[in-house]
Design a protein around this ligand. Structure first.
Ligand code: DX5
Ligand code: ZN
Length: 226
């Protein structure tokens, strides 16, 4: 298990989303992002049912584990995450983030993730209000605020995500909780700064980071307030 503390004020952890990596040369892209200063890797798992796209599952996560020492957060955009938790744990990921919009037993699935020794994450789509995740806030290590409809990289940031981050940050302080707040979708220097100021601890970025000439400069721009 390999995880991250809350970043210091004004800083954020940077999580490249491998959805935008070159899967024919994942090894180079991961080494490059690691050298650029990435703090963790974000793995987008899609089942073609919860979202209208397909990516990869535990098998590829296991290969990624062999390529990197960084913490791995698997973002499970799948209808029945409970069926695959053990496989992802065996693959060596550090955190499993499920969606609150699934039809299944959210609380039971989060408990099971914890029982497997992994960090428990809960994601919400742009149209889902913060109130929908409150019943499980006490058992979360991570809240993932989606700032685009899940399914594809390269979409435009939805600014209501910053309001949700602010609401979660406020609640975290007033209730004395320690979950991390992550944001995913359309993150670049401007939107990243907005989210960092609202209280986000982890900025997930795919197309903007991988499309850069100078990835180290972009990682630094996301991670720092200057
Ligand atoms: C979308 C994924 C995101 C996506 C982010 O469903 O969850 O992680 O890859 O990509 P960008 O940064 O391009 O919006
Ligand atoms: Zn994601």
């Amino acid at each position: 298990m390999n995880w991250l503390p809350r970043p210091a004020d004004g800083l954020a952890h940077v999580a490249p989303s491998l959805l935008s990596a070159d899967f024919a040369d994942l090894k180079s892209d991961i080494a490059d992002m690691t050298a650029a200063g990435a703090d963790l890797l974000h793995l987008d798992v899609m089942d073609g049912h919860f979202v209208p796209n397909l990516t990869f599952g535990p098998f590829i996560c296991q290969a990624i584990r062999r390529l990197s020492q960084l913490p791995l957060d698997a973002h499970l955009m799948i209808t029945e995450p409970e069926r695959y938790l053990k496989s992802f744990a065996r693959a060596g990921v550090d955190a499993l983030t499920i969606h609150v919009e699934i039809d299944g037993d959210v609380g039971g699935t989060l408990d099971r993730i914890g029982d497997l020794g992994l960090k428990r994450g809960l994601a919400l789509k742009p149209g889902t209000p913060v109130i929908d995740i409150l019943p499980w806030l006490d058992r979360l290590d991570l809240v993932l605020v989606m700032s685009v409809e899940p399914g594809f990289g390269g979409q435009e940031f939805d600014p209501t995500a910053a309001d949700k981050i602010g609401e979660l940050n406020h609640r975290r302080q007033s209730e004395g909780r320690s979950f991390l707040i992550s944001v995913d979708g359309g993150i670049n220097q401007q939107t990243g700064a907005l989210c960092r100021e609202a209280g986000a601890d982890i900025l997930v970025s795919g197309s903007w980071l991988f499309g850069a000439e100078d990835r180290a400069a972009r990682v630094a721009q996301l991670g720092h307030s200057t």
